[in-house]
Design a protein around this ligand. Sequence first.
Ligand SMILES: [Mg+2]
Ligand SMILES: [Zn+2]
Length: 212
Amino acid sequence: MAGKVGAIFLDRDGVINQNRVDHVKNWDEFEFVPGALDSIRALTETGLPIFVVTNQAVVNRGQLSAAALEDIHSRMLAEIERAGGCVTKVYYCPHDNHEGCACRKPEPGMLLQAAREYNLDLRQSYIVGDAWTDVAAGVAVQTHGILVLSGRGRWNFVPSWNRFGLEFSAACDLEDAVLMIKESLRGNPMPSTARLRGAFHMALHPETSLVL
Ligand SMILES: [Mg+2]
Ligand SMILES: [Zn+2]
């Protein structure tokens, strides 16, 4: 384990840029989530390498060429750099569900590939995403999952809770996730979903909720 460092994995759609029902097919359709660039700069300041891990089945469905996708990513990285942030590498899975690959999240293949290429300790790493499949990819390799409630996150909280219970954290958005990661790097425990469960309980049963 000596010499290995942790990393921060970021899902792309719904975390860095806004989801589109018809998918982001060119740079004109790529719209940063408010605050995402500042958040990536703040994550860069932690000194941990940052990787983007994104499912892009649009490639093998023939809606977007690999070259066009890579063009979007190089422009995205340029904007991140201009804002003072640094992403070490973007990994994408081009496969569709039925192909049964090892890289499409919820599979952890992209995390494992990054760990091999950059000598990472996945157990000291974090993955931030807006889908239960992002959390699942993390849980599979003992990387701490943080579900953001931006993007599709609000519809993914219950599926994540049903699958992973207290094994993941929930954050309002990437900015909130950054605060959690910084606290964790200071040696404080990651806030578990118990915090949100308590809030839900209070909303549903105010008469039995005491101090949260
Ligand atoms: Mg997403
Ligand atoms: Zn794949």
